[in-house]
Design a protein around this ligand. Structure first.
Ligand SMILES: CC(C)(COP(=O)(O)OP(=O)(O)OC[C@H]1O[C@@H](n2cnc3c(N)ncnc32)[C@H](O)[C@@H]1OP(=O)(O)O)[C@@H](O)C(=O)NCCC(=O)NCCS
Length: 400
């Protein structure tokens, strides 16, 4: 029996094959999705729920923008059984024709669309490799691609966002004195973030965010004061620690280049080949050109990234020549109450604990030695203000 879902393009077998092939899904996965589409068309409960999802999410744009699981009707879940995430994935794929239409309205090339949508295939294949059945578990990530907010441009992925950090960035004006210290770009600490005695964030390195102990006598907060004549605040070292003594930066010599809420480019690192300065620099150059052309009314102030790769401990774990260390040293890090969990999930995947975890790379061995020896690991966010062609110069930490 035909129903309203017949208007949804992705439920038509040939159209599903077209979109699936365009975004490079494995043929076996397309066949599994076609079988699911058939089930949806034939089952009144599934088709009504699919239609609701399509209306609300794809047409009205009310995406589930959280990391938490996408809500699912228990009746739908029980009818789909172990294929429930494939049903949900098909729902997300129903956005593809609209996403591509939006790309065309903005004048973005098919090549960018295809490169961006590769994350559909990556995680679909990962799911199959882990569960021996087709499904998907990255709904908390993939909506950004379908809502035309995140783009893969060369090696890296980017999206425009308001800066949600509490640090301020200042740049020394040309001709200002003294020339030597402090360096030409500095961050002043977030006055609302409590800190440890050593200047890292209070709670950094705790196994979970919920384990952060109440603030104690050793906790301190930096001050920040903006005056017409300048700014008084606490300098952040490019390695992510805050100096205890405040500093005065005068408007005669300094200008504010990043404030909370300013537009930044948020960068992500998809799994792919090695990260090196040339590919990163050319990708970032592509991103600057892309955003200036497509979103000229949203000029960005800095490149921002929050990744396990900014765990400062990597500089002790790996040689200075490693791609991960060089990538980290390109950014100006600042405090955040990170946990070891971010690094752990990208370095050990589903392994639950150090006992029995593989020691087959130098990074894995160093991480396990650190955790087994009571060392700490935590991720930090970072900012970059230099031009793409200067990628590789490590202007904040200093070239090694
Ligand atoms: C980003 C990435 C390509 C870097 O790899 P790379 O260029 O090989 O990095 P390095 O040269 O610095 O590697 C140094 C060592 O660490 C190891 N290493 C790097 N990334 C690793 C990872 N994710 N898991 C385990 N070991 C890793 C390398 O194998 C190498 O080990 P070796 O000395 O035994 O040969 C890789 O980590 C990756 O593909 N990660 C997945 C995507 C990701 O993490 N994105 C960030 C999301 S926030």
């Amino acid at each position: 029996m035909e129903n309203q879902t017949s208007n949804i393009e992705i439920l038509i077998p040939e159209r599903l094959a077209f979109w699936g092939e365009l975004v490079d899904l494995p043929l076996a996965a397309i066949a599994a999705l076609q079988a699911m589409a058939m089930l949806v068309r034939q089952d009144a409960v599934l088709s009504a729920a699919f239609e609701d999802f399509y209306e609300k999410t794809v047409l009205r744009g009310e995406w589930h923008r959280e990391w938490s699981p996408v809500p699912i009707d228990p009746e739908v879940a029980s009818r789909c059984g172990e294929s429930v995430s494939l049903y949900q994935f098909l729902g997300y794929l129903s956005a593809l024709p609209h996403t591509w239409e939006h790309y065309q309205r903005l004048g973005i090339e098919l090549e960018v669309f295809k490169a961006t949508m590769l994350d559909l295939r990556f995680y679909l294949q990962d799911y199959f490799d882990q569960h021996a059945t087709w499904g998907y578990d990255r709904f908390g990530w993939i909506w950004r691609h379908l809502t035309v907010e995140l783009f893969r441009l060369g090696r890296l992925q980017y999206m425009l966002m308001p800066f949600s950090g509490g640090v301020r960035a200042l740049r020394r004006k040309p001709g200002a004195t003294p020339e030597e210290t402090p360096p030409s770009t500095v961050l002043l600490a977030d006055p609302d973030l409590p800190l440890r005695e050593d200047g890292y964030a209070w709670g950094a390195g705790r196994p979970k965010r919920s384990d952060i102990p109440p603030e104690s006598e050793s906790t301190w907060r930096p001050s920040f004061d903006a005056q017409p004549e300048g700014w008084r605040g606490h300098l952040v070292s490019p390695h992510g620690r805050v100096q205890r003594e405040p500093t005065w930066l005068s408007v005669t010599d300094w200008e504010l280049i990043l404030d909370p809420g300013d537009t930044i480019i948020d960068m992500h690192i998809p799994r792919s080949d090695a990260l090196n300065s040339d590919t990163c620099g050319s990708s970032y150059a592509q991103a600057l050109k892309f955003f200036a052309k497509i979103f000229p009314d949203r000029p960005s102030k800095a490149l921002y990234c929050h990744t396990w790769i900014f765990s400062p401990q990597l500089q002790e774990f790996l040689p200075q020549t490693s791609n991960l260390v060089k990538f980290q040293r390109e950014f100006y890090l600042y405090p955040h109450p990170g946990t070891p969990g971010y690094l752990w999930s990208f370095v050990f995947g589903d392994h639950q604990a150090p006992a029995g975890a593989p020691r087959d790379t130098s990074l894995r061995r160093a991480v396990l030695d650190c955790l087994e020896g009571d060392g700490e690991i935590f991720d930090l966010p970072g900012l970059m203000f230099h031009a793409p062609d200067a990628w590789g110069t490590q202007p904040y930490m200093g070239l090694r």
